[in-house]
Design a binder for this molecule. Structure first.
Ligand code: RFL
Ligand code: PHB
Length: 391
């Protein structure tokens, strides 16, 4: 079967679904193709902290009922050493806040709203391939039910994450890559137990980095820094809870409550930017074009700002035929991306133990954290990046 549409979107993660809904709401024809099943997509536990850029898009779409009811408004977060907590009062320092609401829930809300709003999402599409991206008539092929299907489109948007097919369709000579791989990963656990503290705590203790986060008043999310050689087999649940108690009992209001893991996973940490987000009739958005280490909670929020810029440019193009905003997409998006890359790198450097670091680097971290504790200017700089820089 051959299908025609204005925009073919590859990937039904948060970037692809947000973009699909925004285009659909503007009357632009689009189809999303996703490699995995809906359950698989919803099984990935990732982001938890949303900036206004993300919540505003959900509100603009009117897909915000559950976000408004269940999202937890956070007016501050904490940076800690092994025994000292520095509260960053983001509300007082910036007049803004962040919302704790899981990426899984955002994805579920967007997924469930799709049929009513006429957004077509094709799940379990195998071997998705992009063709003719340098021509005015690109197309996507995929396999489903033993048949090869084809979607002809005006544009293709790659929202297919870091390991997707879209970025690889751009010839090497047409782009530049920037990358930093960190020498550790984050081991995460999700459990239905009350959070140990009302606000997030990012801790740099003698045993390395740890983060106490949450999804709701009854669901906790914790992470610790682990060597890249560690696997889940090295971390039986009880060992992880012992470690978390050691780290957070001295720092938190309630202490750590243990409970059975709903999910445990290890994610490597990487900074990555692919410098061009457009090649011919192909655009990239979200993790397909850039990765940040999760320390600044920026990944999903950057995906949302890419989508805000790109949807505006595509909607403008389909209304007026003007390509200027499409040409400006790469520089406009990259300007915000690099600032988020800087903040995520800075906070990662400040809050983790790097195996190659010695006593000098450790003293530098301590001095920097003491400076943060004593300086309102420094706290303001951290707070304004954490709540998200303007679009
Ligand atoms: P996704 O979510 O990876 O979705 C891409 C989708 O594309 C599909 N796909 C394909 N489909 C068709 N054909 C192919 N060839 C395909 N290849 C892939 C995939 O199945 C998938 O459904 O990318 P997207 O939409 O750009 O969204 C980006 C975010 O997921 C990511 O930036 C965040 O999760 C990062 N992140 C955080 N971001 C925040 O803003 N705040 C946070 O608090 C935060 N915490 C985190 C995080 C990421 C983490 N991990 C695991 C990397 C915490 C962690 C631990
Ligand atoms: C999370 O709750 O998953 C989370 C929160 C803050 C981060 C990263 C992850 O910086």
């Amino acid at each position: 079967m051959e299908i025609k549409t204005q925009v073919a979107i590859v990937g039904a993660g948060p970037s692809g679904l947000l973009l699909g809904h925004l285009l659909c709401a503007a009357g632009i024809g689009c189809i999303v193709v996703e490699r995995q099943s809906p359950d698989h997509v919803l099984g990935r536990i990732r982001a938890g902290v949303l900036e206004t850029v993300t919540t505003d898009l959900m509100r603009e779409l009117g897909i915000d009922q559950r976000l408004n009811a269940e999202g937890m408004v956070e007016g501050g977060f904490n940076l800690a050493t092994h025994d000292d907590v520095i509260r960053i009062d983001i509300e007082a320092l910036t007049g803004r806040h962040v919302i704790v609401y899981g990426q899984t829930e955002i994805t579920r809300d967007l997924m469930e709203a799709a049929p009513d709003r006429g957004l077509a999402v094709i799940y379990e599409a195998a071997n998705v391939a992009l063709h003719g991206i340098e021509s005015r008539h690109p197309w996507v092929t995929y396999e489903k039910g033993g048949k090869v299907e084809r979607i002809d489109a005006g544009f293709i948007v790659g929202c297919d994450g870091f390991h997707g097919a879209a970025r690889r369709a751009i010839p090497a000579g047409a782009a530049r890559e920037f990358e930093r791989i960190y020498p550790f990963g984050w081991l995460g656990i999700l459990a239905d137990v009350p959070p140990c503290h009302p606000e997030l705590i990012y801790a740099n203790g003698d045993r390395g980095f740890a983060l106490a986060s949450m999804r709701s008043p009854t669901r906790s999310r914790y992470y610790i820094q682990v060597p890249l050689t560690d696997t889940l087999d090295d971390w039986p649940e009880e060992r992880l809870w012992d470690e978390l108690e050691m780290r957070f009992n001295p720092l938190s209001e309630h202490g750590v409550t243990r409970g059975p893991a709903l999910e445990m996973s290890i994610a490597p940490l990487r900074s990555y930017v692919f410098e061009t987000m457009r090649h011919g009739r192909l655009f990239l958005a979200g993790d397909a074009a850039h990765i940040v280490p999760p320390t600044g909670a920026k990944g999903l929020n950057l995906a949302a700002s890419d989508v805000a810029y790109l949807s505006e440019a595509l909607i403008g193009y389909f209304r007026t035929g003007d390509e200027v905003a499409l040409d400006n997409y790469t520089p406009r998006a990259l300007a915000r991306i690099w600032k988020a890359e800087r903040f995520s790198w800075f906070l990662t450097k400040l809050m983790h133990r790097f195996p190659e670091d010695g006593a000098f680097e450790h003293r530098m971290q301590t001095a920097e954290l003491e400076y943060v504790a004593s300086s309102r200017a420094m706290q303001t700089a951290i707070a304004e990046n954490y709540v998200g820089l303007p679009l």
